[in-house]
Design a protein around this ligand. Structure first.
Ligand SMILES: N[C@@H](CCC(=O)N[C@@H](CS)C(=O)NCC(=O)O)C(=O)O
Length: 223
């Protein structure tokens, strides 16, 4: 039985979704973020040294990193589903988006989360103006422009296709779901980018996505 170490409101939700798409049985081990720091609890470090989610256990092995997990599950259990055929342009796009999600889309969204917290968090009154000025400068000059450029690029890539790899839904769409959902909450993604919003509408309507939400519990991404 595949075990998913699942942190509330996190990337591990997409692993549950993929398992539902593949129709595989799995066990969920739950972890709750610390209410103040939003970090994972220390118990997760007993599963993997980095103590982050997702982590899965399968066939006597422990595997971390959501992209690696998604690729592994789709290849091992997909039986040709959710992965475009080898050697096709769709397979190359599949690989590209599988890496893009965590490698390019996610970093500026994480920076946005951290700098927003720096801007709004508690601090001695005499450093507040300086800290705020630094945070806002980073937001205006680097973080938000990067988010906008990345969103525009993704919006353009969905011209004429419903899914990131090509005409068919694939595991790369599962991997891409998290940065897009995070972008709605904190990156300014809205109806002005109708193709990305359409993509989110399509994935949220999938029965497997809804089953995974029921199984995983609370899924409200961090602001
Ligand atoms: N690139 C890694 C990132 C893993 C990661 O940062 N996970 C977050 C959940 S969204 C986490 O565990 N955060 C809690 C913490 O850092 O303590 C992946 O895609 O698996």
């Amino acid at each position: 039985m595949i075990v998913v170490h699942h942190l509330n409101n996190s990337r591990s939700q997409r692993v549950l979704w993929l398992l539902e798409e593949l129709g595989l049985p799995y066990e969920v081990k739950r972890y709750q973020r610390d209410r103040k720091t939003m970090l994972a609890p220390p118990e997760l470090r007993a599963v993997h040294p980095l103590g982050k989610s997702p982590v899965i256990e399968d066939a006597g092995q422990t595997l971390a990193e959501s992209g690696a997990i998604v690729e592994y599950l789709a290849e091992r259990y997909g039986d040709g589903r959710l992965v475009p055929a080898a050697g096709t342009p769709e397979r190359l796009r599949y690989r590209y988006w599988m890496h893009f999600a965590e490698g390019t889309a996610q970093p500026p969204l994480l920076l946005k989360l951290l700098f927003d917290r720096l801007d709004q968090g508690p601090m001695p009154f005499f450093v507040r103006p300086v800290a705020r000025a630094i945070a806002r400068r980073a937001q205006d000059t680097y973080i938000q422009p990067n988010i906008e450029r990345t969103l525009d690029f993704m919006e353009g890539e969905l011209a004429g296709r419903d899914w990131f790899a090509g005409p068919g839904f694939s595991a790369a769409d599962v991997q891409m779901s998290f940065p897009l959902e995070a972008a709605v909450v904190r990156g300014g993604l809205d109806a002005k980018r109708p193709r990305l919003m359409g993509f989110l509408g399509r994935i949220h309507a999938r029965p497997a996505y809804r089953r995974a939400i029921e199984r995983g519990g609370e899924y409200a991404l961090l602001r």
